[in-house]
Design a protein around this ligand. Structure first.
Ligand code: T6T
Length: 327
């Protein structure tokens, strides 16, 4: 039995409530049996409305459970920037870390270091190639890619040239979306897939890629943007090329700029994830584990996806999944 499991069981068994203050960026103090556990959420990148919405869900659940939550994220979506943040978090010795690893391979070692310090680690959104985290909570990204292929096929009348803009190879989520998109396109023999290009999570670069592709392929019919910045940039590139009527765009995610692009008809559909549910579920699973010492029964927990279109965007059960710029 590890030290944390023992502490959790001892506290539960003795009916003890451990008291603790909230550090900077912390939230907590509710009643709900969180025993004031200290949890750190490390986002893939700061300022991305997907991770902000995840933070909102995590904060809300931490407040309900009486756990203390500290949220941090690197300035760039990169293992080089995320690793020192994780190392500093390990030094602070929280009970649990929820992390969206920025690379399937490069983040294995740093995450192992946290586990070696007896910190309970869950991956949220992205995952790593080695099965060392207690569980991963994420969207079904392969299925999301398939749904994107279907939505794009419908938008272009099931025929024509399409291509994909993604982030960079080696990110579990966007790799799986690309895979699902490519598999989904196989059902449409009249669609010609021109491949995937990578924007390094930079919307400006995605815009240049889209613009250049439209110049090279004047009859381009559609673009799939595999994440928020790829899709946002794709829409800008299509406008710059003056082809927003011809080129149909389907984007993963549902940030405020993407929603504006949908309403203004530059974009035809958005595959919204449920990031607040990922954050909330991550905090709940961490607290459950810390209290009971029992490893989660499911290693892969899938949250939902919602396809957002101009037809359904005003419906409350769709609108609630649009991402937030602040909690
Ligand atoms: O699409 C999300 C996230 O799921 C992915 O892992 C990285 O990009 C986003 O954060 C959107 O920018």
């Amino acid at each position: 039995m590890t030290r944390r499991r023992f502490l959790g069981l001892a506290a539960a068994g003795a009916g003890v409530t451990m008291l603790g203050g909230c550090g900077s960026g912390g939230s907590g103090g509710g009643q709900g049996g969180g025993e004031n556990y200290r949890i750190t959420l490390i986002q893939g990148v700061r300022g991305d409305e997907f991770y902000i919405s995840m933070e909102c869900g995590a904060r809300s659940r931490a407040g309900q459970l009486g756990a203390e939550l500290n949220v941090q994220g690197p300035a760039e979506f990169s293992p080089a920037e995320q690793t020192p943040i994780l190392n500093a978090a390990i030094q602070a010795g929280p009970d649990a870390i929820l992390i969206a690893p920025t690379d399937t391979t490069a983040m294995v070692g740093p995450i192992q270091s946290a586990i070696n310090q007896d910190i309970a680690v869950f991956t949220v959104d992205t995952f790593i190639e080695k099965d060392i985290a207690l569980a991963n909570i994420s969207s079904d990204n392969v299925e999301g890619g398939r749904q994107a292929a279907k939505a794009l096929a419908q938008a272009i009348g099931e025929g024509g040239k399409v291509f994909c803009i993604s982030v960079t190879p080696g990110i579990s989520t966007t790799d799986q979306r690309q895979q699902g998109f490519e598999a989904g396109l196989e059902e449409y023999p009249d669609i010609e897939y021109l491949g995937t290009e990578f924007c390094d999570n930079d919307a400006n670069k995605a815009a240049s890629i889209a613009n250049a592709k439209i110049q090279a392929e004047p009859d381009l019919a559609g673009i799939f943007g595999a994440n928020l910045f790829s899709a946002q940039g794709g829409a800008v590139g299509s406008r710059q090329a003056g082809k927003e009527d011809q080129v149909k765009i389907v984007g993963f995610d549902a940030g405020p700029t993407q929603v504006r692009d949908l309403r203004s008809k530059t974009v035809d559909a958005l595959i919204a994830q449920h990031p607040a549910d990922i954050g909330s579920k991550g905090v709940q699973m961490a607290v459950d584990y810390l209290k009971s010492g029992n490893e989660p029964s499911q290693k892969q927990v899938k949250t939902g996806l919602t396809i957002v279109t101009r037809q359904n965007i005003e419906q409350p059960d769709v609108e609630k999944y649009l991402y937030k710029a602040e909690c």
